[in-house]
Design a protein around this ligand. Structure first.
Ligand SMILES: [Zn+2]
Ligand SMILES: [Zn+2]
Length: 144
């Protein structure tokens, strides 16, 4: 099942936000369209710069929208080795991880998650709402 085409991801994101009672403001739509189109993790500052070409948009707006999207489960965070956070729009059942180049910040998807057993252990320890963030870091072919 391919849930990662830009239009499907956008439709899914809009449907989830609507269901949760969020209004679709024009900056919000522009942010989601950009993220669906780019289909890779983006820094808040890059989102602002691109959206601002057509819509008034400041960093606070981007962060506010990312909070709502993270809450709704339609955006996944991706963390660089230096702690910088990137945001990526994800489709339904689209959970994945990344290998990130520590020199040029290029990111590639790893469509595999091996965290189930770890989450089971966490659950057996009495934790609920268990989630995880895991990225791999390396040096890409272009930077070697
Ligand atoms: Zn690189
Ligand atoms: Zn995972």
């Amino acid at each position: 099942m391919n849930c990662s085409s830009p239009s499907k991801k956008l439709d899914y994101a809009l449907a989830v936000l609507k269901e949760r009672g969020h209004r679709l403001t024009s900056p919000r739509r522009a942010i989601l369209e950009l993220m669906a189109e780019e289909s890779r993790p983006l820094a808040a500052e890059d989102i602002r710069k691109q959206v601002e070409r057509q819509n008034p948009c400041d960093l606070a707006t981007v962060y506010r929208n990312m909070d709502a999207c993270l809450d709704a489960g339609i955006v996944q965070k991706c963390m660089l080795e230096n702690g910088k956070i990137l945001f990526e729009l994800v489709g339904e059942h689209d959970h994945h991880h990344h290998i990130i180049c520590r020199k040029c910040e290029r990111t590639e998807r790893i469509n595999l998650c091996l965290a189930d057993e770890m989450e089971e252990i966490a659950t057996s320890l009495g934790f609920t709402e268990v989630d995880h963030v895991m990225e791999l870091y390396g040096v890409c072919g272009d930077c070697r």
